[in-house]
Design a protein around this ligand. Sequence first.
Ligand SMILES: [Zn+2]
Length: 384
Amino acid sequence: MRFEFATATRIVFGRGALSALEVTITPLGCRALLVHGRSAARAEPLRERLAATGLGCLTLGIEGEPTVDAVRRGAAAAREADVDVVVAVGGGSAIDAGKAIAALCGNDGDVLDYLEFVGRGRPLERPPLPFVAIPTTAGTGSEVTRNAVLASPEHRVKASLRSALMLPRVAIVDPDMLLGLPPAVTAASGLDAFAQLLEPYVSVRANPLVDALCREGLVRSARSLRRAFEGDVGPAVREDLALASLFGGLALANAGLGAVHGFAAPVGGMFDAPHGAACAALLPAVVRVNVRALERRAAGSVSLARYREIAAIVCGSPDATIADGVQWIESLVLALGIPGLRRHGAREDDVPALVAKARSASSMKGNPIELLDDELREIVLASL
Ligand SMILES: [Zn+2]
């Protein structure tokens, strides 16, 4: 056994955790860049609190998932204003944007110098600016990961800026921030978190430290996601979803992912499909095809036993079979009203391109078994 585990320097979790904001930020600098998502109004109370500490505060709104261009412009503004700490509040998009901007402010050159696949993929030479992440959705776990996913519309792909140096300085995870999320966002981001707990647990890079996080996260996600979607946003449910998301981030950053995320990257690059919605649409078919491939070609594999454990966790019964687990996942995705990939513009004609791009996606390397082209095609067709 051999593994390594790295995460944010400090994680502050719990209802009211946001009260740690001022004492967290003030030692980190005098000028902050506050990155937020679509709603500037949502970030305004934070801006006021930061300003009240005497901190100079520049704000930057990110519309939708961050592009190479948006990050380039954000980094230019932050360098110009000479900021010395970056704070991001929002979903995965705002946090990834802030994380990427913090990385570029600590390093010379353009975003494409460092971006994987479509850029030059150079390693970061110096640490990013201190970065504080405050998630407002329970999905990506980006507050504890070492990469930022950026869209490059001209290449029709999403690619990561990635470095162990990019792990956030502080993650403030306050379940009360989840209040007021639309049900569709709860569904898509919650299923992304679920996939980020399931995929590392069956990954070829699984390790005992991550296993414990995945089991605990799966229990919480399984018991609370449907309830949240149906309108129960009580404190216990919010806490479960926030923890499931955080644990998913810890897990994926240290044990990798699999075919759900292997496909989600090209789907998100080729179509206007938010990450969570893409993962949610792909999840049932990936699990079904992976299980069948393992049964056919690796019947004694540890991963297959792990799918059985997942079935027992989600069904709440030690006697649950893998088929029961697959069925449970399919009915959850259905109950949460997740549309197929067709809704985002994918068609049968796109299958070959999606399969080719998924094959080379970095997440695919964690999948518990190498899938055949027919199996990859089957996943896309079943997810349309
Ligand atoms: Zn994800």
